[in-house]
Design a protein around this ligand. Structure first.
Ligand code: AP5
Length: 213
């Protein structure tokens, strides 16, 4: 089962993807995580995309499609969760072609609906475990022990360079201009299933489970 989690920055895509990895053994393919990894390991591509990401702009289609193609052919499991991909119509067409080439298909596209005010709160309070990637929030999802990951015990907590109000404004504008047309694209294909992303994390999990069956 291959699914897309579609929604603006801070909608909860990463949080829900990690839950599906834990409960269903699916494989999370987050283009944001792949690009951050390239950035921190200082590869040529990472250096090229660093400033673009920090400013909140989209990286070129060519780069992200290449990243996804590499993972799709290398990884095997109980289905892929596309988290933060596709983000443009060109990426959506490329994904359809890649899945067809691999003899696979898309099961569903989960649209996570939230409003902009909630996104600002979520993004400015977010931190993650630098070792296992678990996602937290200062208010809604704090760690049980201050600055210590509940999942792996690491004290390496990180905040993203693009998690500030200026970058978020640009990220939201990019989302509305370039990514939100995908809502119509997948609706027309009959693949779109909306969930209320404003509900608490467990309720959102339950809504997604109900859709996936
Ligand atoms: P990316 O890493 O994909 O970031 P994003 O789409 O902006 O999404 P986020 O990771 O910020 O949010 P999320 O929806 O995963 O929310 P989360 O679960 O963390 O992309 C970063 C950059 O990389 C882009 O700007 C671009 O430059 C580049 N890029 C990536 N993919 C690309 C592509 N395909 N094409 C081109 N460029 C690309 O939750 C946020 C916070 O809210 C957390 O603290 C969490 O605990 C909390 N929270 C989550 N759910 C709830 C809830 N239900 N109630 C209360 N709090 C909640």
């Amino acid at each position: 089962m291959n699914i897309i989690l579609l929604g603006p920055p801070g909608a909860g895509k990463g949080t829900q993807a990690r839950h599906l990895v834990d409960t269903r053994g699916m494989i999370q393919l987050s283009t944001g995580d792949m690009l951050r990894e390239a950035k921190s390991s200082g590869t040529e591509m990472g250096l090229k995309v660093a400033a673009v990401m920090d400013a909140g702009k989209l990286v070129t289609d060519e780069i992200v499609i290449g990243l996804i193609e590499e993972k799709l052919t290398a990884e095997h499991g109980a289905g892929f969760i596309f988290d933060g991909f596709p983000r443009t119509l060109a990426q959506a067409d490329a994904l359809a072609a890649l899945l067809t080439k691999l003899g696979q298909s898309l099961h569903t596209v989960i649209e996570m609906r939230v409003d902009d005010d909630a996104l600002v709160q979520r993004i400015t309070g977010r931190f993650t475990c630098g070792d296992c990637g678990e996602v937290y929030h200062d208010v809604t999802q704090p760690t049980a022990k201050a600055d210590t990951c509940d999942k792996c015990g690491s004290t390496n907590m990180v905040r993203r360079a693009d998690d500030n109000e200026d970058s978020l404004r640009t990220r939201l504008m990019e989302y509305y201009k370039k990514t939100s047309p995908l809502i119509g694209y997948y609706y027309a294909k009959g693949d779109l299933r909306p969930v209320n992303g404003l509900a608490d994390i467990t309720e959102v999990q339950n809504s997604i489970e109900a859709i996936l069956g």
